[in-house]
Design a protein around this ligand. Sequence first.
Ligand code: ATP
Ligand code: K
Ligand code: MG
Length: 703
Amino acid sequence: MSVVGLDIGNENCIIAVAKQRGIDVLLNDESKRETPAAVSFGEKQRFIGSAGAASATMNPRSTILQVKRLIGRKFNEPGLEKELKLFPFETFESPDGGILIRLQFMGEVHEFTPVQILGMLLSHLKQIAEKNLEMPVSECVIGIPSYFTDLQRRAYLDAAAIAGLKPLRLLHDCTATALGYGIYKTDISNSSPVYTVFVDIGHCDTQICIALFETGQMKIISHAFDCSLGGRDFDEVLFNHFASQFKERYNIDVFTNIKASVRLRASCEKLKKVLSANAEAPLNIECLMDEKDVRGLIKREEFEKLSSDLLERITVPCRKVLADSGLTLDKINSVELVGSGSRIPAITRILASIFNREPSRTINASECVARGCALQCAMLSPIFRVRESDYYWFHFPALQACPGGWSFLGVQDSLPLSIGFSSDKGPVCTLSNGVLFPKGHPFPSVKILTLHRTNMFNMEAFYVNSNELPSKLSPQINTFTVGPIQCHINMAKVKVRVQLNLHGIVKLDSAVLIEDQLDNSVTTNDPHLTSEEVEDKSDRISSVENIAQVSDNSQSEPPSCPGAGVARRGKAVKRLEIPISESVCDGMKRDKIAKAEEKERWLMQQDLKMEQTKDKKNALESYVYEMRDKILNAYRSFANESDREEISRKLQQTEDWLYEDGMDETENVYVEKLEDLKKLVDPIENRYKDEEARVQAAKDLLK
Ligand code: ATP
Ligand code: K
Ligand code: MG
């Protein structure tokens, strides 16, 4: 078993693995470090990753790109329609209000959820990792945008389950970057804490965080983001510019033609990259539309002018992250710029002006998220922890300075969106608006609520501040039903453990009914019965182990409620577990996941069958070419003329067949054809080999 970190980008995915000698990035089948996030459905099989991206322009309506944008979203969500228009594939509303993707595959119409497509992508990455490492992979840490809602996080876990992966943590992209950066830092001490800003500009989004590094620990102070501002938007600026130019100049409207717009978008992305290194860049596309070749040229200056609104927008989350952190600019030690979308030179200029210093590019801009995730996975994985002291000590110099080591402290993240709770009786806690976990609260985290209830009740978790939410998403998170409650007296309270877990998902861990059979005089003095209250356990939570610890302790916690029926200081206290159910049952319901897993297995088999068929066809083809040459040369004297003629004829026949009727046959047919040919050629080949062996033996004798 290995521990891996996965960065699922809107454009590129990266797989990193923690090894004894450090963190490595794995190569895919094309020996590339980045694998395109593309899933394409062909006539007979799927093409995923690099092969998927290669089909994008040929088969745009059945090629899914940027599936991450669709995960856990509702079809009618404000702003989604505009986004869907950018995609050449067909989407519609599913019965539960989500998104379904409809496409042609193997001659039939198929429908898939975004979770299924993400599952396919994850499964592909898992295969790459397993092939590379020559061992099974299941434990992983997956990077996610910090603005992901509870529902999106759950959807990621579902997709991972479909792919047979077990995420130990969903880790915010910027947190992963910060971890991978901090672990190599040697200039950290308690007396001089280091504050670093990380800016990640990807294909579709911009994420920023401020991290605090102190001896032996890393704390994220604040997160900010613009969830729809990335490299893609700059492509769109160029796309619109050239589309309108071509309308005028060539009288073609690419908006009306899917293939043409896919091709123009792809060319604009290339052009944008050229502009990062050159003052001007040309655009040439042959036969774009109506058999017209198009040409264009743009100067960097003009591109920057066209993108000025986008550039200005980058400043918004930058200011926000600073304001939320409560830090002044002079406290910031450095600004690290990552994400390939940030390679546009004007972006560096804008950031330099906001942060009053040139941003550094000391981190590998495309691999940092995956590397940080792999490191976190190694820290969390029981498999890896066994060797942790050696591992961390030798590979990460920063740890040599801190006796406890980071691995014990874990990574403290900061909650990006405030979460509140309400119950049938209104907000359940003392902070304003029912806020239980305010934005910026450290997590993972646990809080224990004490409520006065004698009957079954509902608790609702929600995002408190809709301004913090990306677009205008629904603030609902989940409804938890606590009960039924079998309560015999009215002096009862319910203690509810609320967890904000490692993935940033809200869970009700447990609910316990506590019946205090007190005499009246004690009752009036018991502060628990005068108000509903919140106990914050967050300080004690910083890693999986600690959470487990707290939940173990909770058997004897809080001190006022020992085991059922135990009498203490004259009062009898009864403690009863109350069942809890959720309305959002771990995203997709279990059977839905099981069905999706089954479908994924079937699709994988189908792909495998097609790959094997291709291999057999190739084997037959190369045999034909190889033997045609040999029969005329090396084997010539080992066969009589009529045999040679017969074989040549058969080889020619097979070649012709391969290009006509045999172009698209099943695996077995190719295997049989090859065997038939071999029956003819083998006797000759054997005579040749025997002779070779005799010659060799004679040579050996002479030595
Ligand atoms: P996301 O983080 O949004 O999920 P991602 O992680 O796949 O996406 P990255 O790989 O960080 O995104 O960045 C991809 C973006 O970077 C694309 O828009 C791409 O065009 C852009 N990009 C790559 N190289 C350059 C370059 N040299 N100049 C400008 N932009 C570039
Ligand atoms: K990426
Ligand atoms: Mg990214």
